[in-house]
Design a protein around this ligand. Structure first.
Ligand SMILES: C[S@@+](CC[C@H](N)C(=O)[O-])C[C@H]1O[C@@H](n2cnc3c(N)ncnc32)[C@H](O)[C@@H]1O
Ligand code: SF4
Ligand code: SF4
Length: 384
């Protein structure tokens, strides 16, 4: 193990986080659209923006079962399940649940039952407070947020996946409070204005204020916010140790897709196992966020987790930088319930406390770019 890492791990709290990750073991991940069908048409949804619903989900159950077996044989042990709307395909979701670690992302309009899905990490999407969410997601008629709250009252499987928009920062506190009072957890995502609606949802306004508001939510509800200041900042700035967010550094790319051939040779780390499957479960697309997606409108939070995690060596310059990295890694395992959730989530206040220097007005100097190659030890993270 790298001597600097060894030194940082003499801190019992960091050693505990690291030990939990080691105990859980490495993840080999893939993403699937479990269906091409959706009961909503949210404004600027990347899935419909690229007509990804033209790849129809297999009709035969045996074809779906064969896919599950192929992925198991390939070594996949973790799946991000999206679509389309996964809650319309409960039987298939159950098969994924029974065979892999997973997270399912849902619009919340149909409840995923407790029975049979007791430890399922459910990310329920919301894009703003009731009026905003109704306009952006419910076509001005359906209060999607209210439906989700009712469906998942006091359901500890749920972490809301709150896609924030720069012009609606003032709604963040109200949305978070309602989610917390509903008995759930909260994570954040950042809206990409693919349909160029501009105004309040225009990502070109930047996410600086959104980040500051997320920081305030962390101070208010440290035990309930499942995103760190560090991750939020990496999304908002699009910077990591001198690298600029985009395809050339992105890590959640389908490894054997022709569109990525050049990128995967540029020396930047990437997830060596990852594939993003279209709903037909035969074809794949370039990356988790689309096939022809313009990277300048992509602020995909899960993809940023991978970016940080796979750039572990660059985070060894100081104990704070290592803490930034290790808490990102731990939060990924925790949110996906790869480590024990109930005991792990109790560590959130301390995790946020360790990242408090990032939230103070006199922010620390920009991280140093490390050129030295460090040994990662035997913690296998290449394939996360
Ligand atoms: C395509 S949806 C599929 C799952 C499910 N139908 C849902 O809405 O949660 C996957 C995730 O992408 C997010 N999403 C879709 N379009 C987006 C965009 N333009 N910017 C940011 N997030 C977006 C949704 O909010 C959701 O969290
Ligand atoms: S519910 Fe999900 S898949 Fe359906 S349109 Fe909205 S974001 Fe897209
Ligand atoms: S669109 Fe996003 S996820 Fe896809 S390659 Fe670009 S940066 Fe990565």
């Amino acid at each position: 193990m790298d001597s600097r890492m060894q030194q940082y791990l003499s801190d019992p709290f960091l050693a505990h986080l690291y030990g939990e990750i080691r105990k859980a073991g490495p993840l080999k991940s893939a993403q699937i659209d479990i269906t091409h069908v959706c009961n909503l048409r949210c404004q600027g949804c990347y899935f419909f923006a690229e007509d990804l619903d033209r790849f129809k989900a297999p009709k035969q159950e045996s074809d779906f079962d064969a896919f599950v077996e192929r992925e198991k044989a390939r070594g996949t042990n973790y799946m991000t399940v999206v679509g389309g709307e996964p809650s319309l395909m409960l039987d298939r979701l159950k098969k994924i649940y029974d065979n892999f670690y997973l997270v399912v992302v849902t619009n919340g309009t149909r409840r995923i039952p407790y029975e049979g899905f007791e430890n399922l990490p459910i990310a329920v999407s919301v894009w703003g407070d009731h009026e905003t969410d109704t306009n952006l997601r419910g076509q001005g008629r359906l209060d999607v947020f209210a439906r989700g709250l009712a469906n998942y009252k006091d359901d500890r499987r749920v972490a809301w996946y709150y896609t924030t928009t720069p012009g609606n920062v003032h709604e963040i506190e109200s949305v978070v409070r309602q989610c917390v009072e509903n008995g759930n957890y909260v994570s954040f995502n950042f809206y990409g204005d693919i349909s160029q609606a501009s105004g309040a949802v225009d990502h070109r306004r930047g996410f600086g204020e959104v980040c500051r508001e997320i920081d305030r939510m962390i101070e208010l509800y440290p035990e309930r916010i499942l995103l760190t200041s560090y991750i939020a900042q990496s999304v908002a700035t699009g910077e990591l140790y001198g690298d600029r967010w985009g395809h050339e550094v992105c890590c959640t790319l389908t490894v054997d897709h022709e569109k990525n051939a050049g990128r995967l040779q540029n020396g930047k780390p990437y997830n060596t196992h990852f594939r993003a499957y279209n709903p037909d479960l035969q074809t794949t697309r370039r990356c988790c966020a689309g096939d022809d997606r313009d990277c300048s409108n992509c602020f995909e939070c899960w993809a940023h987790f991978s970016w940080i995690i796979l750039n572990m060596e660059r985070h060894l310059g100081s104990k704070q930088e290592f803490t930034n990295w290790l808490t990102t890694m731990f939060l990924f395992y925790l949110s996906n319930r790869v480590v024990d959730f109930d005991s792990g989530v109790r560590l959130m206040p301390e995790i946020h406390r360790r990242l408090a220097p990032l939230r103070e007005p006199a922010a620390p100097a920009a991280p140093t770019l490390l050129t030295e190659t460090a040994t990662i030890g035997d913690l296998v993270i290449e394939s996360l």
